[in-house]
Design a protein around this ligand. Structure first.
Ligand code: JHZ
Length: 393
């Protein structure tokens, strides 16, 4: 299928490859290039990295790492129970169980390719398939457990390369009146916020509603509702039903979203060419901020060693010369080094007294972080962010 490259972000490492030493041998790099698909209007990476290289036995991201997300998943579970009262639920990419554990009273099944995570939900007595999501797996699950009332997947479908197979496998496992709920970063929000860091090895796609509509049709699924979320920097929660399922009316907000995206030009190549120019400008101005602070001998740390920040650090070539170390609350990241940029990561114990600036790797949790760091802010400490444009706040 035809695709057109509109932005090249240089060589990038595996974002999950938090390193054990600062001078790794044979670190893997790939070319991070973004392409536009004229037929479906999808935006994807040009070359996909092999899934086995990214999703393994030492997967670092924990979906429960922030209060914000723990609360968001608990609230969503409550809402699904109240609104749809499902008898069975399956989660694709169940991570550490932060969502699926709320459904212990009904049949709840997890699918998780990373063994270290699958082990966590198995320990919680949730039947977990430690496998990649495929049509074959959907058949295996169907044979054993039947079909499902709800299939849920947050921040996972955008990570799976074969989209047609993925959606067909979901349709295959849904009851006639079952629903599929997908949550992934919003392309519109990423463009509006100039958050080019939503693109990295794992994010093979950043979805627009227009593209999702185009690609799911052939799998027998249609969108009937959309919710906009603030989580992860701006996501969409998209509700699908089987085409022909009359139980759920298609909400007016579906056409509202489609028109909003059309108005922005999500379907046009030109929009991405403008985005590319702005991303290059953003890089120059972020580097300028770091250089000028370093000239003034300011001490800068990173706050939240996110996967997203890997794109920023490696694209802008920001390394230990600019950021002394990162602090992060995720136990599996502490004591390690950031991929590609090799900056040490320390376990979070507050911001040290000698720190002047903190680069917001986890800019998507700005509110939670600002609430927590009142002391730092009060003593004159400042944050650096690149979203929606590089600045000190
Ligand atoms: P966070 C991950 O991306 C990977 P990342 C994945 N590919 C994906 O799609 C998204 O999640 C959804 C830390 N932190 O969740 C915790 C603090 O240290 O935004 C995390 O390491 N202190 C699956 O990595 C990181 O920041 C804090 O106070 O871009 C946040 O990472 C808070 C709030 C967070 O996603």
């Amino acid at each position: 299928m035809k695709k057109i490259n509109f932005l090249s972000l240089g060589k990038h490492p595996i974002t999950n490859n938090f390193l054990s030493n600062a001078k790794p041998k044979n670190e893997f790099f790939y070319n991070l290039k973004l392409v536009y698909h004229p037929e479906t209007k999808l935006i994807s990476l040009d070359d996909f990295v092999s899934p086995k290289k990214m999703f393994n036995n030492s997967y670092a991201h924990r979906a429960s790492a922030s209060i914000t997300m723990r609360q968001a998943y608990a609230n969503l579970a409550k809402k699904i129970k109240k609104k749809y009262n499902p008898r069975s639920i399956l989660e694709i990419g169940s991570n550490d169980g932060v969502f699926i554990k709320h459904f212990s009273k009904i049949q709840n099944i997890g699918v998780e390719p990373c063994k270290n995570l699958a082990d966590l939900t198995t320990k919680l007595e949730i039947k977990t398939y430690n496998k990649f999501w495929t049509f074959q797996l959907s058949n295996k699950i169907k044979k054993k457990h039947g079909k499902f009332d709800v299939i849920y997947s947050a921040n996972t479908i955008s990570h799976i390369h074969k989209l047609d197979e993925t959606f067909k496998a979901i349709e295959n496992l849904l009851n006639l009146e079952g629903i599929f709920i997908l949550e992934d970063p919003s392309l519109l929000k990423s463009l509006q916020k100039l958050s080019y860091d939503q693109f990295y090895d794992e994010h093979a796609y950043v979805f627009s509603i227009i593209a999702l509509k185009n690609i799911t049709k052939k799998s027998g699924l249609e969108i009937f509702n959309i919710e906009e979320l603030n989580t992860y920097g701006g996501s969409n929660r998209v509700y699908f039903k089987k085409i022909g399922n009359k139980k759920f009316k298609i909400s007016n907000n579906v056409s509202r979203h489609l028109s909003k995206e059309k108005k922005y030009g999500i379907h046009k190549l030109k929009t991405y060419q403008i985005f590319a120019k702005n991303v290059k400008r953003s890089k120059q101005s972020l580097i300028k901020i770091f250089r000028s602070l370093k000239k003034k001998k300011k001490k800068i740390i990173g706050y939240g060693a996110t996967y997203k920040s890997s794109t920023v650090l490696n694209f802008c070539k920001i390394n230990k010369n600019y950021i002394n170390y990162f602090v992060d609350t995720t136990p599996t990241k502490s004591g390690k080094f950031t991929p590609g940029s090799h900056i040490p990561i320390k376990a979070y114990k507050g911001i040290a007294e000698d720190v002047d600036y903190a680069f917001l790797g986890a800019w998507n949790f700005k509110n939670e972080i600002f609430k927590k760091e009142k002391k730092f802010i009060k003593r004159g400490g400042k944050f650096i962010t690149h979203v929606p444009y590089p600045r000190i706040i």
